[in-house]
Structure formats: C-alpha cells, structure tokens
Ligand binder design. Structure first.
Ligand code: PLP
Ligand code: COI
Length: 344
C-alpha cells in the first residue's frame, strides 16, 4: 500500500523548522531515565531556573531519514549519533541517554511521522534532531538533577543553498572553540559562540566560515555547521583536517571510508595549513545537514583561493563522493555492512 504523504512542495522545502505531528519525550529524574513516549505538544514548559536557561547545559544530534529507491524508510548510521551524544553528555556532566533507547526512540518517532518523509527523488529528507537539556532548577554553577531528552523531526532540503553547486566561505577572525574546550562535542553553546562570526560571513555573501585553529590560527579547523575535506592537486588523495577541537562528523568519517574503499583514493587525516590551500584541486564541506557542499572559493582576508572551476561547477572527485554517499543513503549503491538502519 502506498505511504500517505503530506501535501508539501518537497522540492522547495528549504531548511527550516516545520513542526510534525509527533515528537519523542523522556525525562531523567531521581537518578534514572524514565520510559519515554510520543507527544503531540510542540511546546516545552520548564522551570524559570532550569540549568539550560542559565548555564547552557545542553547537547544535540542531527541525522536524517530517507525513502530509498525500493520505498523503504531508513536512517544512516544512527548508532554513531547515539554514541556521540553519549560523549557530549559525559563531557557536559549530563546523564548519558542509553544507545538502545536512542535507537528505539528514533524508530518510534520516524514511524509516527512517516507521512513527512520526503519521497524518493525529491532531493529532500527528514531531518531528525535529538536533543537533551538540563530541565531541573540550579542557581549555583553545577549540573542539574533533572534532564529532558526529545527527538523532533522535520522535512528539509539542502542546508547550504547551493546544494550540489559550489559556495564560497571566508576565513574567520573569530574562534568557534577553545583549544581544550568543547569543539569536539555537539553542544549548543558552540553554536552560540559561532553566531557572531556567522552573521559577518552571511552579510558578506559567504555560506559559512572556515574557522582556523584557535591556538595558532594557521591550520584549518571546520565550518560553523560542517567539517572540511580537500582533494590533492593530482586528484588522488582525500585530505581532512585532524584536530581535537572539531566535531567528529559522521559524514566525514563515512567519506573517508568511501574514498578509500570504494573510490580507491588515498586518505590522509592530518593538520591542513591555510598556506597550503592553493595546492588542492577541490574543497568541500560535509555534514548531515550540508550533505556535501562543494566549496569553489575560500576568501582569506581579501584574497580568493579558487578551487577547480570555482563557483561554476563541482570538481570530479566531489561529484563521485556525492553520488556514492547519496547512493548509499538512497539504496542505489550497496552500503557497507551496518550503515543502513531500516525503520519501515
Ligand atoms: N561540524 C559541525 C560544527 C556541525 O555542526 C556538523 C553537523 O552536524 C558537522 C561538523 C557534521 O557532522 P555530521 O556529519 O555528524 O552531521
Ligand atoms: C547537522 O548537520 O545535523 C547540524 O547539526 C548542522 C547544523 C548547522 C544544522
């Protein structure tokens, strides 16, 4: 039987909040996670002194559900999101949300909102946003005793408006994360830190920032919403910045595997100096929301570094990476073992 679909303009859906019918909610109280369940209420009511409101004790995740060519509804490597959220929680002194409960809550939430999963071929997907915050009151700086975990979903198109078309980014004068801070976890506070820099980039017409390393400002870290990768001048090596203060992107880790095992490229995870950017033939941003967004131009303090055909067209390796990654997610390319989590 054909799946019921909401009447939405799937091809022009944008990347924006759109409340769906159901969300998952679970509470942590008296030292344990309670059994969670679905709720129709999009609003959250919390105490005026809740830890999230004062000391920003919060972390989140981002993943997507897709309709495949066969009509299945699947998620891409959600076990890695569950694990990363546990790492984020641990660093922020929050209770870990158990992996099995994360995966069953994900299944329950997507299944309840199946009519919002964009149809195969539309280019859109269902964005899934699990998040957890301190909902109990605290006034001294300390971890809260109570937490709320929720999963919301919404159909989305590409995050960077270029989609598969190249965009430009600028090297930022600001830091997104401190050298021994929270850059390696997915904490909302990192995004608050990058907001000012993001506004400057957006006003200049840039899709995002290229943040340099906060210690020496010589090496590439990441973008406000994605990791970077580069392709060597001879097109044979996939290079991605190594740093303790960037988010370990699920997409980037997957692309490293795809590059090495499916496209026959050499893979290097190492420090990438800003001064060596002109030597690369391609540059891209990668992430769940970003998918792969080719970068045609990096503006480094007024000087444009242009990759391949610049903003006109993505490079050949980027095209292959994008086709293979989206093929795996949509079921047209065979997925490596364990990458696809079937929901329906
Ligand atoms: N880096 C930052 C700062 C992000 O916000 C994201 C998005 O989640 C990523 C990288 C990409 O990570 P992932 O591929 O796990 O979505
Ligand atoms: C994601 O890709 O899931 C993110 O959280 C990035 C964010 C900038 C939307």
């Amino acid at each position: 039987m054909a799946r019921e679909l909401k009447d939405l303009d799937w091809k022009h859906i944008g990347f924006q909040y759109r409340p769906c019918d159901w969300r998952y909610v679970a509470q942590y109280k008296e030292g344990a996670w309670q059994e969670g369940g679905l709720s129709a209420d999009p609003n959250v009511t919390i105490n005026e002194c809740a830890g999230i409101l004062h000391y920003c004790q919060e972390c989140f995740e981002g993943l997507k559900a897709y309709e495949t060519v066969k009509g299945d509804i699947v998620c891409f490597r959600p076990d890695l999101n569950a694990e990363r959220m546990m790492d984020s929680a641990e660093y922020l002194c929050m209770p870990k949300f158990p992996k099995e409960q994360f995966l069953s809550a994900l299944r329950e939430t997507v299944q309840a909102n199946l009519a919002y999963v964009p149809p195969y071929g539309s280019g859109a997907s269902l964005y899934v946003r699990p998040y957890m915050f301190a909902s109990g009151p605290v006034i001294g700086v300390k971890p809260s005793d109570e937490y709320t975990f929720r999963i919301i979903v919404m159909p989305v198109g590409p995050y960077y408006t270029g989609g598969a078309k190249p965009v430009s980014v600028m090297v930022s004068d600001y830091d997104r994360a401190a050298p021994h801070g929270t850059g390696h976890i997915k904490a909302g506070l990192n995004y608050a830190m990058s907001m000012h820099a993001h506004e400057i980039a957006a006003k200049g017409g840039y899709a995002d920032n290229m943040f340099p390393d906060p210690m020496e400002r010589k090496y590439v870290e990441e973008a406000g919403g994605a990791n970077f990768y580069f392709i060597s001048g001879d097109g044979k090596t996939f290079v991605t910045p190594k740093s303790d203060s960037i988010l370990p992107s699920v997409t980037r880790r997957s692309l490293e595997y795809v590059a090495e095992h499916m496209l026959g490229l050499k893979v290097e995870e190492r420090r990438v100096a800003l001064s060596e950017l002109p030597e690369f033939s391609e540059c891209g941003m990668c992430g769940t929301a970003a998918v792969i967004s080719p970068v045609g131009v990096v503006n480094d303090h007024g000087k444009d570094i242009v990759f391949g055909k610049g903003l006109a067209e993505a490079g050949p390796v980027t095209k292959k990476l994008l086709d293979t990654l989206t093929g795996i997610q949509l079921g047209t390319v065979e997925a490596p073992e364990g990458w696809i989590f079937k929901i329906a």
